[in-house]
Design a protein around this ligand. Structure first.
Ligand SMILES: CC(C)(COP(=O)(O)OP(=O)(O)OC[C@H]1O[C@@H](n2cnc3c(N)ncnc32)[C@H](O)[C@@H]1OP(=O)(O)O)[C@@H](O)C(=O)NCCC(=O)NCCS
Length: 181
């Protein structure tokens, strides 16, 4: 667990997702705006999925949350995933990079709409990078890449050393980005 101070001067806890976070996680998913959901969609953002995540005894990902020190709510949710998908592998392979399970670790960050751009993700990033390295990661790979129009996310990733690696087209163009340790 780590205590951080946002640009708003308030203190927050950064910690692993816990089983009794079910209701807070559900509220967090449901309250995300359509815009944030259009940028962050690693899995269904529903009450059912929050229940599923908080009742898992085994998980292929480590999940972290940011919680205000004096309030029972989640304002940030971060996934560090250890199971590469065939889609990610093939996209990187087309760039000449062979991702390897256990070495190349997926990453997906999100912050609640009212708390975005307050420095929260930047403050927890060193702890996330440290955690990934401790788990043996040689790189962090953005889960699904990031939309080319998501200027804030791209600036945030580049600040921490992520580099663009090609991309792919859905309704929009998505940059693949990877940070190599
Ligand atoms: C992307 C996200 C995780 C970043 O978390 P955050 O807590 O808002 O980020 P921070 O406040 O720590 O940092 C944002 C940085 O982007 C910069 N920034 C903000 N808007 C920007 C813009 N339009 N263009 C360029 N840079 C921008 C900020 O200045 C800040 O950089 P700085 O610290 O050097 O000043 C968060 O905004 C979020 O959840 N967005 C919606 C979901 C999403 O896009 N998830 C990622 C999917 S790939």
């Amino acid at each position: 667990m780590k205590i951080i101070t946002g640009n708003d001067g308030h203190e927050y806890l950064f910690r692993k997702l816990e089983m009794n976070d079910k209701e807070m996680l559900s509220d967090y998913f449901i309250a995300l705006s359509a815009e944030t959901k259009s940028r962050f969609g690693p899995h269904p953002l529903t009450d059912e999925f929050a229940t599923h995540l908080c009742s898992k005894t085994e998980d292929s990902a480590d999940r972290f949350v940011i919680v205000p020190k004096n309030e029972a709510k989640i304002v940030g949710y971060f996934i560090v995933g250890f199971e590469l998908s065939p889609h990610e592998k093939s996209r990187y392979l087309s760039q000449g990079i062979m991702l390897e399970q256990g070495l190349d670790v997926l990453f997906a960050p999100s912050v609640a709409d009212d708390y975005q751009n307050c420095g929260l993700a930047s403050q927890v990033m060193p702890a996330i990078l440290f955690h990934a390295r401790q788990k043996g990661a040689r790189s962090l790979v953005l889960m699904g890449g990031t939309q080319a129009t998501n200027s804030r996310a791209i600036a945030f990733y580049e600040k921490f050393g992520f580099v663009k690696f090609g991309g792919y087209q859905t309704e929009v163009f998505n940059h693949d980005m990877r940070l190599t340790f």
